[in-house]
Structure formats: structure tokens, C-alpha cells
Design a protein. Structure first.
Lengths: 146, 560
């Protein structure tokens, strides 16, 4: 397979189910979470390259999760994907270190390209940064795009 | 409405005129009346004071003149001996004292016995004896004497200055006759107005100088107050049918009464002129105030009318804005709700295509499946366009505003859109007047005007003489941009809803109906307004008004 680990976090069960299948078929190994709970634990266990997060979810929101991930596992890249185009959310997300902010529905091919780019960035960072930093602030700024 | 129509404005106009007149004319009249009363009371004293001070100075100058003549005659008498003067020096002396002006008529030497020893002058007086004359007695007694005017041997009114010169045991007298005309002119130099004149009478009231109107030399003047007094007196006398101001003062030597008189009406003529001028000025003031009142009232009423109209327009716009905002909020929620299932459908479509590529299906069916999946994808794209438009409409916040030259934005955008317009057979022209910089996001401005211009191009596309104009200008500190087309126009019933989301007249699938709603929202965000006017069959004009940047930005050069 791809050799990198991707988390897909979204409360839309039908969406995650089919997107996971489509991504796997394109060689991207995906673990699905339909709630924010448990995601942080999984990320902290290590070896997660990319987390695709919905912004609006019951319980922990995507932005909160992003902050936690960047604090505890700065080596993991985060792609925010939401049905709600909010420029405030987008600005906050990118400022908090998100790799990209995408509006649903986003073309699959581009999503795949971005996930691969994010994974490459994560690997690259992991090889350069010795050990996890205090809050990911010493990491290079994300190549934000949308 | 506030003014209640044309009638209300007329009443307002009348009320304003009356009020302005009251406020401006009443004080004017009060001040004018007060001035008039004050002027009347002051004027008499001003006339009297004027006459008095003039006469005081004049008396001093006449006294000085007479004193200087006396001193001159006395000096000459003591410079020469009788023999010198008789021997021919008297002619030279006369020449010398006449050098400046014809002050003297003649000069003569009289012996102690009254005999006229020598004479230089126009009259034949040699050999006369003056022993019995008044002036001879006076000069023998006093040494120096200035006579009153008298006829004497020559039979002509004159007065003399005589000085007694002691020489050896005896004495002789040097006598000079003063030129009466010269002296009269000197005295009358201080005349006032048209009827004023100044003259001298002696203790007996006889004229000592020539007058213009009062009387001839040596005639009795009839002036009633001939008792010497100090200082200046002013009295009003009726002579014949006329009233006169008489201002009088006594000379020190000789004791002559210097009189300045002027007709009362003449003395008061500056006052009358001043009153007439005052009345005219007040009248002009009243007329001016009237004109001002009308002009001010008219402009005020016009301003109120305009304000009323603007208020009406604003109210209408606010209603529209309220509607737009409500719809906007709804749209955001709606878009979010639709985007999620849309994403699922889109992904499912991808999955179907993925599977159709490999699963064992009849070849025809595979084509059908892929075709159907493709069509689902197309419909998803359409929905996406709508939801993204909705979201943009709902969330107009974008990049930070910066100083932008709107004309540059318009010029660039016209260049880009001209290509499309040409394809449609539409002429796209710009007419950009110099504008100040404005504070806005370039993206916003582009979005607004691309939308408007595209709509305009759509409106005339395919017409034989299709034409779209982008015109910018500065209008009373506000930036105005007109996007004008000569298309079919918009029916009145559509004009009111044109800025509402989802309003479109384009065929299904060709327009989201969000373009103008987004324009409307963006322009409002920029602190401006967007309006539309349209005539069916002639065309449509969208007018965007935008505020310039608050700081003193320099106008940019526009090119037509």
C-alpha cells in the first residue's frame, strides 16, 4: 500500500464509508472515525501522517482537534474538509497549522494529491526534527493552500 | 411623508421666508430707527462744534496775519531814517513788502504835523494833511495803530497800519494801507457749504471785509450782539425768510468781530444726505433680506425635499437589504446542509466509476454506468456552484481592504471581458474619469463589476449593435460607476426583486440567480450602494456608488 497512515474524521457515516473505499482504492490507507473522541489518543500513539478532519462535528470540533494534534503530535499534518465555507474558520485553521482547508464536495483526484503532499511534508519534517517539539511551533509553516 | 407633498413644501417655503425676513429685517429696522434718532440729536451739536472749532482756528490765523503785518511795518519804520525814505528808499521798501503778494495797496510817510511827506501807490495823495484824522490821533498817541475800515481822502474803503518813528527831537509816521480785497479773501477762506461765508464787522457793526451775500463794505450789518465776549458764540438768526447759524468771535486787536454764517438748511444738508442715504441703505437692506429669504428658503426646501427623497430611497433600500440579509443567513445553513450529502453523492459517483472500470459487466452496461455516473458528477458540479455562491453571498468577508485605484481595476477587467464580449458581437467601451483612491478589496471590486459587466454583455449578446459602457466619475465626493447596456431592458415588475438571491431570468442551468445578490452584498460591505434603472426596449443602467478612501488620496489619471 501507500506506506503512510491517514485518519478520516467526519460525523457523516455514509460519506466516510465511501470516501475510505475510494481512497483505499487509490492506495491510501485510511482509518475512519465518526467522532472526534479517540482520535487524539490514536494520533498520540504515533505513526499517523495525515488527519482529514471535518470542522463541524458533535463533541470535539475539527478546529479543537487540530489544536490538540498540533500540540501533542506536531509531526501529523491536518487537512480540514468542511461543507461550510467560513473564511474565519479557514484563517483560524491555517493559522493553527492546518495543511489545507477544503470545501466539500472536493474533487477526489485533488484530495488524493493533497493527502500525498501532506504525508510527504510530514515525513520530511519527521526526518528533520529530532523528537516532538513543545507545541509544533518550531516546525516550518504549513504550505497552506485551498 | 414628512412634508406632505407639494402643498406641504409650499407652506414650508412661505413659513421659512416669513421667519427669515422677521429675523433679518426687524433688527435692521430697529437699528436704523435708533441710528436716525441718535443722528438727529447729535447732528446739531456736530454742526455747532464744527463751526466753532473752524472759527477758532481761523481767528488765530487772522490775528497772526495782522500781527505779522504790524510787525513788518514797525520793523521797516525803525530800519530807515526819514531822509533815506524821502530820498527814494520808500519805493524800494514798497517793492520788498509787495514781493510775496499784493498785501498792501500803498505806503506813505506822514510828518509830525500831519503832512504827507512821501507816497508810493496808485492814488494821488501827496500833500494831504492827516492832522485831523482819527487814525493820526491814535498813532501819535499809541505809537502803533491798526485802523478800522474808512473812506479817507481816496474815497475808497480801506484800513491802515501806522507806526510812529521817533527820530531826533521829532517823529514821523510810516503808514501802510492793507489791500482790502486780499484781506477779505483771507477772511472768507474759511467758508462752509454752499451758503457759508466769513467776514468781519467792527464795534459799530459795520462790514470791514467784503461779503458774498450779507452786505457791502462799511454798510451796517445789523448784527445784534456787538458787546465783546470771550470765546465762540453760536446763535441762530432769522434774516428775511431764511434762518442762519451765526458763529462769532472777537479778534484781540483790532477789536473786530469775526463772523461765520451759513444758512441752517445748508448746514444741515450733510445730515439730510446722510438720512437719505441711511433710508436708501435700509431699503436696500430690506430688499436684500427679502431676496436672501427667498433664496435661502428655496434652497432649504430643496434640501429638505432631497433629504426626504433620499430617506424614502434609503427606507426602500433597507427593506431590500433586510430581505437580502435574511435570505443570506438562510442560504449559509442551506448550503452547509446540502454540501454534506453532495460530497457523499460525489464520492459515490467516483466509487461507481471505479467499480465499473473493473467489475465483470456487459460492455454496453459499463458504458451506461460510466455515462450515468458522469451525469451525476455534472449535476453535483451544478449544485456545488450554487452552494458555493450561496456561501460567498452569506459570508462576504474576504481579504483585507487596501487602497485601490478603481479605474485600474475597471480597465483590467474590461481588457479581460472584452475578449468574451467580442465573441458575442458586443462592443465594450470604457469612459473613466479621474477618481480618488478607495479602500476596498480588489477581489470584491472585481467580483462586483465582472458580474455587472457579464450581465450587461448577456443582455445585449447577439444584438446587431450591442454595446456595453463602463463609465466612472466623481460625483460630489462619491465615486460612481455606471454599467450601461442597450439591451432589451428589465420590466418594472422584475426591477424590485433583481437583487434578491435566486432571482434569475436566464434559462434553468445557465444562471444561479446569485450574481446580483452577491454584488449587492459586496457593495454594501464597501459602504456603497447599487441601483438599477431600466427602460424596456432601450436598455439598463446599473449604478454603483462607492465612497473614496477617507485619507487625502490623490486622484488618478483617467483615460477615456
Amino acid at each position: 500500500m501507500s506506506g503512510f497512515a491517514v485518519l478520516l474524521v467526519d460525523d457523516e457515516v455514509a460519506f466516510t464509508a465511501i470516501l475510505a473505499k475510494v481512497l483505499r482504492r487509490r492506495g491510501i490507507d485510511v482509518e475512519v472515525y465518526n467522532r472526534g473522541d479517540g482520535v487524539l489518543d490514536r494520533v498520540r500513539r504515533g505513526s499517523v501522517d495525515v488527519a482529514i478532519l471535518d470542522v463541524k462535528m458533535p463533541g470535539t470540533s475539527g478546529l479543537e482537534l487540530l489544536a490538540e494534534i498540533k500540540r501533542h503530535a506536531p509531526g501529523t499534518e491536518v487537512i480540514l474538509m468542511t461543507g461550510h465555507l467560513s473564511l474565519d474558520d479557514e484563517a483560524d485553521g491555517l493559522a493553527a497549522g492546518a495543511f489545507a482547508y477544503l470545501l466539500k464536495p472536493h474533487p477526489i483526484d485533488d484530495l488524493v494529491a493533497r493527502v500525498e503532499a501532506a504525508a510527504a511534508a510530514a515525513r520530511n519534517r519527521a526526518s528533520r526534527v529530532a523528537g516532538p517539539g513543545p507545541g509544533g511551533r518550531d516546525a516550518e509553516p504549513p504550505e497552506g493552500s485551498h | 411623508m414628512s412634508a406632505g407633498g407639494a402643498n406641504g413644501y409650499r407652506t414650508m417655503f412661505r413659513t421659512l421666508v416669513v421667519r427669515i425676513l422677521a429675523v433679518s429685517v426687524l433688527p435692521l429696522l430697529v437699528i436704523a430707527s435708533a441710528n436716525f434718532v441718535l443722528f438727529l440729536s447729535l447732528n446739531r451739536s456736530v454742526v455747532i462744534d464744527g463751526h466753532s472749532s473752524l472759527l477758532r482756528y481761523h481767528r488765530e490765523s487772522i490775528e497772526a496775519f495782522l500781527a505779522s503785518l504790524t510787525a513788518e511795518v514797525a520793523t521797516l519804520a525803525h530800519q530807515y531814517t526819514l531822509a533815506e525814505l524821502e530820498g527814494g528808499d520808500l519805493e524800494r521798501v514798497f517793492e520788498v513788502i509787495q514781493r510775496e503778494a499784493s498785501v498792501y495797496t500803498d505806503v506813505g510817510i506822514i510828518g509830525s504835523d500831519g503832512e504827507h511827506l512821501k507816497y508810493v501807490g496808485p492814488y494821488n495823495l501827496a500833500g494831504r494833511n492827516y492832522r485831523s484824522t482819527e487814525w493820526f490821533a491814535q498813532v501819535v498817541e499809541k505809537g502803533v495803530y491798526v485802523s478800522d475800515v474808512f473812506m479817507g481822502f481816496r474815497g475808497v474803503p480801506h484800513f491802515v497800519i501806522a507806526v510812529k518813528r521817533q527820530e531826533g527831537d521829532g517823529f514821523w509816521i510810516l503808514r501802510a494801507t492793507v489791500n482790502t480785497d486780499y484781506f477779505s479773501k483771507l477772511v472768507d477762506a474759511a467758508r462752509l457749504g454752499r451758503t457759508g461765508e466769513t467776514f468781519i464787522v467792527n464795534r459799530q457793526g459795520l462790514y470791514q471785509t467784503r461779503t458774498h451775500f450779507a452786505g457791502n463794505l462799511l454798510e451796517p450789518s445789523g448784527y445784534p450782539d456787538l458787546e465783546p465776549h470771550d470765546g465762540i458764540r453760536v446763535r441762530r438768526l432769522e434774516v428775511g425768510s431764511k434762518g442762519y447759524f451765526y458763529t462769532t468771535t472777537w479778534l484781540a486787536a483790532p477789536r473786530w468781530l469775526l463772523i461765520s454764517r451759513q444758512e441752517v438748511s445748508d448746514a444741515y444738508s450733510p445730515l439730510r444726505r446722510a438720512i437719505v442715504v441711511g433710508i436708501l441703505m435700509s431699503a436696500a437692506g430690506v430688499v436684500g433680506a427679502g431676496i436672501l429669504a427667498v433664496v435661502v428658503a428655496r434652497s432649504q426646501v430643496r434640501r429638505i425635499k432631497r433629504a426626504d427623497r433620499e430617506k424614502e430611497a434609503l427606507t426602500a433600500r433597507l427593506v431590500a437589504t433586510g430581505k437580502t440579509a435574511a435570505v443570506g443567513e438562510m442560504s449559509a445553513g442551506l448550503a452547509h446542509e446540502i454540501n454534506n450529502p453532495l460530497a457523499t453523492i460525489d464520492t459515490l459517483q467516483t466509487w461507481i466509476r471505479d467499480l465499473a472500470g473493473t467489475a465483470p459487466i456487459a460492455e454496453d452496461d459499463r458504458a451506461e454506468i460510466l455515462d450515468s455516473a458522469g451525469k451525476i458528477g455534472e449535476q453535483v458540479e451544478r449544485c456545488k456552484a450554487i452552494t458555493q455562491g450561496l456561501l460567498k453571498f452569506a459570508r462576504r468577508v474576504e481579504t483585507r481592504p487596501a487602497e485601490v485605484q478603481l479605474n485600474e481595476v475597471l480597465r483590467e477587467l474590461a481588457t479581460i471581458l472584452r475578449a468574451r464580449a467580442r465573441v458575442e458581437g458586443v462592443e465594450l467601451v470604457t469612459e473613466l474619469a479621474p477618481l480618488p483612491a478607495m479602500l476596498a478589496s480588489t477581489t470584491h471590486l472585481q467580483q462586483v463589476f465582472v458580474n455587472l459587466v457579464n450581465n450587461a454583455v448577456d443582455a445585449v449578446a447577439g444584438k446587431p449593435d450591442g454595446r456595453v459602457e463602463i463609465r466612472s466619475r466623481l460625483d460630489g465626493g462619491t465615486i460612481r460607476v455606471d454599467v450601461v447596456d442597450n439591451g432589451a431592458g428589465i420590466p418594472p415588475e422584475n426591477l424590485s426583486s433583481i437583487f434578491l438571491p435566486f432571482f434569475t431570468t436566464k434559462p434553468v442551468g445557465q444562471g444561479t440567480g446569485l450574481g446580483l445578490a452577491i454584488c449587492h452584498g459586496l457593495v454594501q460591505e464597501l459602504g456603497g450602494a447599487i441601483e438599477v434603472s431600466s427602460t424596456v426596449g432601450e436598455g439598463t443602467t446599473f449604478t454603483v456608488t462607492l465612497p473614496p478612501a477617507p485619507a487625502g488620496a490623490q486622484p488618478q489619471g483617467g483615460t477615456p
